[in-house]
Design a protein. Structure first.
Length: 411
């Protein structure tokens, strides 16, 4: 396929992308999120229980927390590198493939980890690689997709994230069994998705004359100079923090609070309900938002639905309530993701730093994975157990509705 002209690397896209391009982006993101969420939801908790009997929550929190710190650094740093790459293969594709290979190597390390330190190392490699891949894939949206089409594409990206969660759970509980097979299967899917996207889609080359200087200070985005970017980032962080509080410990919630006879099977059921509802919300809201040219009303509605789902488990922390809350959370998060990427790309400070700035945005995905595990132990001990945890989830989610109203440049 012929690559776009170098002149298009920094231009605002105006030509709508084709469905085939959306499909390849979707599959690459699907592989990425499966590589992250299958371990988080199933494999890492099981491995934490094996390697840290009697302290599974602490081991899980340590591993995911340290990995998330790595993600905080890797995402904007690799995004900054991507923005300044003048390779003849393009700015983004080399980092997409390198990130996938590094992430896959981390999954291989996890598959043979004999101890908590090696487990932590493996997860750090996964987070570094896949967050680099995330930075490059996310920047493809403002690089290639016109504003009037971004909610539709953003919806697909959101569906890929949640479908990765569902299919990841299916892959490592139904298709294959055991930690080794689960991690290796995830590695294969990650690399396959990246290869397909890199080989069949174009990537504009940045002319060396247009390459900005590489300065560490450029990783900072001033909230004073770019307030809409700051408020949109805070909104994204609050939504993802609420989601992290509500989902990271679902397996333990089903085992320890609900006393489900098979927590892994119960988690799979909830993820299936969640994924189907999320896809429905994204496919409805994305085109609707693009058609009317508005983003914030949908964020407000999504925040309300997600907050209600969490509050339902505060009032009624049972298996029947979880069966109702899961699709509510899914449709809300799907609706949010359909407009989130569109809103966030509309407040980016500069075309020359798209990947870096979206790397900063992606910190709002990773930082909750640090904050939530650190705080969950205290929440469970001091705020009434899982009722308190879901109450905090609802509060964080509803806070996003307040924050998004401060964004002025996007309707």
């Amino acid at each position: 396929m012929t690559a776009p002209s170098a002149d298009t690397a920094l231009a605002e896209p105006v030509v709508p992308v084709r469905r085939s391009w959306m499909t390849w982006l979707f599959l690459a993101n699907l592989g990425l999120w499966l590589g992250i969420y299958a371990p988080i939801q199933v494999l890492l908790p099981q491995q934490a229980a094996d390697l840290g009997p009697g302290a599974k929550e602490a081991v899980f929190g340590l591993v995911t927390g340290v990995g998330a710190i790595v993600a905080l650094v890797a995402n904007p740093l690799i995004g900054l590198s991507s923005d300044r790459t003048t390779s003849r293969f393009g700015r983004r594709h080399p980092w997409t493939l390198l990130g996938a290979l590094l992430g896959a190597s981390g999954l291989v390390v996890l598959s043979i980890a004999p101890s908590v330190p090696v487990m932590t190392l493996g997860w750090c490699l996964v987070q570094a690689g896949l967050n680099g891949m995330l930075a490059s894939l996310t920047s493809a949206v403002p690089d290639r997709v016109p504003v009037r089409q971004r909610a539709q594409v953003g919806g697909l990206v959101g569906v890929s994230q949640m479908l990765g969660t569902v299919l990841g759970a299916v892959l490592v509980t139904v298709v294959v069994s055991g930690l080794v097979a689960g991690y290796l299967a995830c590695a294969v899917v990650v690399v396959a998705g990246a290869l397909l996207f890199v080989l069949v889609t174009p990537d504009a080359r940045l002319p060396p004359a247009h390459r900005p200087a590489f300065r560490a200070a450029d990783l900072w985005v001033s909230p004073r100079r770019h307030p809409d970017f700051a408020w949109a980032w805070a909104t994204h962080f609050a939504i993802n923090l609420g989601n992290a509080f509500g989902t990271l410990y679902l397996l333990y919630f089903l085992a320890d609070e609900v006393h489900h006879p098979s927590p892994e099977d119960g988690l799979l059921v909830l993820m299936l309900l969640y994924g189907v509802a999320l896809a429905g919300g994204a496919f409805v809201v994305g085109p609707w938002s693009d058609r009317i040219g508005r983003r914030k009303p949908f964020v407000l509605a999504a925040s309300g639905v997600m907050g209600f789902a969490a509050l339902l488990l505060v009032v009624w922390p049972t298996w029947p309530a979880a069966l109702v809350a899961a699709p509510l959370l899914g449709v809300g998060f799907g609706g949010y993701w359909a407009v989130a990427l569109a809103l966030l790309t509309q407040v980016l400070p500069a075309a020359s730093d798209r990947a870096k700035d979206l790397g900063v945005v992606n910190i709002a995905n990773s930082l909750p994975q640090v904050v939530a595990p650190l705080l969950t132990t205290f929440v469970l001990a001091g705020l009434g157990g899982y009722r308190g945890l879901f109450a905090v989830s609802a509060a964080a989610t509803l806070l996003a509705a307040v924050l998004v109203t401060r964004v002025r440049s996007v309707a």
